[in-house]
Design a protein around this ligand. Structure first.
Ligand code: 5GP
Length: 194
């Protein structure tokens, strides 16, 4: 998605530890016009698929997932992160190791909002090692819902997540794939630009 790649190149900041900061339009301040275009692009890429629910993980996936849910005209659900094992209520639970925070969270979703008959599209802002999407896919499986696919805004193609998710046979769509980035020069190379 050219509009997105242009924006990443203009406003993205390459930080140490292979972290790309896109706080000015995606992860902190949110450019809703850009989000709308992202929503339309996912709708186009999953055209013909029956999808009745968008599932993401708090916190940074929520904004994007809302706009994507609007473009599919379906509800958006976010899995909650919790550090306590003692979870009250009727929930599905899985574990996710956070790439940016380096710790393990339990993620939960209420059985009320995910279950048999649901056809789910996973949405997240970044794909790095694939832990977040794996955790979400786990919740979908436990619930008896059908996983239709996964959409990420930015895939870091030099990390294993893309391979992990695709090798599970999950239909993955990434709107921008970063193949390399250089912390010193700030250079970002996208997949189709070699
Ligand atoms: P994964 O679970 O695929 O290893 O990492 C994906 C999650 O980590 C995303 O939900 C995202 O919040 C965070 N993340 C991973 N890499 C980056 C990055 O380079 N920049 C930012 N802002 N978040 C990242």
């Amino acid at each position: 998605m050219q509009l997105l790649k242009d924006r990443i190149r203009k406003d993205g900041k390459v930080k140490e530890g292979n972290v790309l900061k896109v706080d000015s339009f995606l992860n902190h301040q949110m450019d809703i016009k850009l989000f709308e275009e992202i929503g339309k692009e996912f709708k186009r890429r999953f055209a013909g698929e029956e999808i009745n629910k968008i599932l993401t993980i708090e916190a940074s996936g929520i904004g994007i997932a809302c706009v994507v849910a609007q473009s599919f005209d379906v509800p958006g659900v976010f899995a909650k992160k919790t550090k306590t094992k003692n979870i009250a209520g009727d929930v599905y639970t899985s574990k996710v190791e956070s790439y940016t925070h380096g710790r393990v969270y339990d993620i939960i979703v209420s059985k009320e909002f995910l279950g048999k008959g649901d056809r789910v599209l996973l949405i997240d802002d970044f794909l790095a090692n694939g832990k977040a999407l794996e955790g979400l896919a786990d919740l979908v499986k436990m619930s008896g819902a059908e996983l239709v696919g996964a959409g990420v805004v930015i895939e870091k193609g030099f990390q294993v997540g893309g391979d992990v998710i695709r090798s599970k046979g999950i239909h993955l769509e990434s709107l921008a794939i970063v193949d390399s980035m250089d912390e010193k020069t700030g250079t970002i190379v996208f997949r189709d630009e070699h």
